[in-house]
Ligand binder design. Structure first.
Ligand code: NAI
Length: 325
């Protein structure tokens, strides 16, 4: 049997984790021959609920689980971890301002960034899912000076999958026939799901669908899908978010498919004029665990305007927490 791999999950008693943990335990991330240690972080008031989740995990008798550690101390949770799913965040309460949400969550990601800096594996792969995900990742990067910024990403994989699914439905094909969709910018309603390079069975998607569908239906459907799910299901997306989180990490670990890419929010290297350092979603490929922003894509005025809008929004978020960086 291989040496166990340590995986941390924060917000482990929450909705997303209730799905994520069982998928991780069944080997969906690293395969059926890779034992894992789950290191689960929660805040003290949620510890009892977390114990209940662990009882259920134990009751599954997953053969790949070596050990489950539960803690409210980030340094214990991140000790020598190879993968860190930062799911836990404070939800926006009634009447709460977005700036307050940013500040409350900033505190969480300052603490967790510092703990990762101190105790995580130097090649740790960190995925920030908790919102505002891009800016939370930015904060974590700034608080982990001894880890490369490349260790940190934020999740736009759910948006990427939502975009694929909309195209597949519109074109009457399977999801696997849809390639090269891109989600640019912030994981917020400003995000830009882009079909200018997308293909269905080798054909340009934009030659198969009406421009009005792309602009007036597809883009807002993907942008507001999370809000729509809450309206219909009565709760925010959880199983689909957990699935996207696993997909994100799996692609990071094993690479992108030949000829295709995925969307991930990463620290910008200045590509497409996006200010260096901002955590921004780009189309990326992954080879040998290294994430590379896809370069040289032609962007028309329509696309460029949306890229800029996202950059402005992310700079505003950064401004709100600037004193903490
Ligand atoms: P939830 O509210 O059910 O669970 C969050 C959990 O985090 C709670 O159990 C809470 O106790 C815990 N938590 C809070 N502060 C913590 C801390 N300092 N350390 C450890 N745990 C902490 O929320 P849910 O539905 O699981 O969503 C989690 C986050 O993911 C939210 O911020 C949500 O907006 C975000 N999200 C992001 C998506 C994306 O595509 N990037 C998609 C869907 C959700």
């Amino acid at each position: 049997m291989k040496t166990p791999v340590d995986i941390a999950v924060t917000g482990a008693a929450g909705q997303i984790s209730y799905s994520l943990l069982f998928h991780l335990a069944s080997g969906e991330l690293l395969g059926l021959d890779q034992p894992i240690v789950l290191r689960l972080l929660e805040i003290p008031p949620a510890m009892k609920q977390l114990q209940g989740v662990v009882m259920e995990l134990n009751d599954c008798a997953f053969p790949l689980i070596n050990k489950i550690i539960i803690t409210d101390d980030p340094k214990v949770a991140f000790d020598n971890v190879d993968y860190a799913f930062l799911v836990g965040a404070k939800p926006r309460g009634p009447g709460m301002l977005r700036s307050d949400l940013l500040l409350d969550n900033a505190q969480i990601f300052i603490t967790q960034g510092r703990a990762l800096n101190e105790v995580a594996n130097r090649n740790v792969k960190v995925l920030v899912t908790g919102n505002p995900a891009n800016t939370n990742a930015l904060i974590a990067i700034h608080n982990a000076p001894d880890l490369a910024p490349e260790c940190f990403t934020a999740m736009t994989m759910l948006d990427h999958k939502r975009a694929i699914s909309q195209v597949a439905e519109k074109c009457g094909v399977l999801s696997r026939d849809v390639k090269n969709v891109a989600v640019w910018g912030n994981h917020s309603c400003t995000q830009y799901p882009d079909l200018h390079h997308a293909k269905v069975k080798g054909m340009d998607v934009l030659s198969l669908v009406e421009q009005s569908w792309f602009v007036d239906e597809f883009i807002p459907t993907v942008q507001y899908r999370g809000t729509e799910i809450i309206k219909v299901r009565g709760q925010s997306s959880a199983a689909s978010a957990a699935h996207a989180a696993i997909e994100h990490m799996r692609v990071w670990a094993f690479g992108t498919d030949q000829g295709d890419w995925v969307s991930m929010a990463v620290a910008s290297d200045g590509s497409y004029g996006v200010e260096e350092g901002l955590v921004y979603s780009f189309p990326v490929t992954v080879v040998d665990g290294q994430i590379g922003i896809v370069k040289g894509l032609d962007l028309n005025e329509f696309s460029l305007a949306r890229l800029r809008q996202n950059e402005v929004e992310l700079k505003e978020e950064r401004q709100a927490i600037k004193h903490l960086l």
